[in-house]
Design a protein. Structure first.
Length: 123
C-alpha cells in the first residue's frame, strides 16, 4: 500500500515495514536481532544460524558467497557500461548530428546488441 495515498499498488506484492532496531521478546524482535547479528553463533533462529555458519565458515559456503558477490559486481559493471554507452550514443547523435545507426557503427556495437541499445535510447 502506498503510505502517502493509502491506495494499494495492485502489483501482487506485499511489503512489510519493520523497525530494524526493534528487539522485543517476540518473533519479530528475534528476527531483527538475528538480522543485525554478525556472529551466527549468537543468533536465536537455529535455521538462520546454521545457514550463516555454512556461508561464513565453510569452504563451500564462502566459495558460494564469493561467486554471488562476483556475479552482483559483474551485473553492476555491465549496467554501468550500458548506461555509459547510451550516453555516448546520445552525445554523438546530438553533437555530430548523425543517426543512431551511424553512432552505433562508430562505437562498433555488435549487430546482436543494437536492438537492446535502441530500446534504451531516449524517446
Amino acid at each position: 500500500m502506498n503510505l502517502t495515498t493509502c491506495n494499494p499498488f495492485d502489483d501482487g506484492e506485499h511489503i512489510l515495514y519493520v523497525n530494524g532496531q526493534y528487539r522485543g521478546d517476540d518473533e519479530i524482535g528475534n528476527l531483527m536481532h538475528d538480522f543485525n547479528c554478525s556472529d551466527p553463533h549468537q543468533m536465536k533462529s537455529k535455521e538462520m544460524a546454521e545457514r550463516a555458519i555454512y556461508l561464513k565458515e565453510t569452504e563451500e559456503g564462502v566459495a558460494f558467497m564469493c561467486k554471488q558477490m562476483e556475479d552482483m559486481r559483474n551485473e553492476a559493471v555491465d549496467a554501468a557500461v550500458r548506461e555509459k554507452t547510451v550516453d555516448y550514443l546520445n552525445n554523438m547523435m546530438a553533437t555530430l548530428k548523425i543517426s543512431l545507426n551511424q553512432a552505433m557503427d562508430a562505437l562498433q556495437i555488435p549487430e546482436k546488441d543494437r536492438d537492446k541499445y535502441s530500446s534504451m535510447m531516449k524517446q
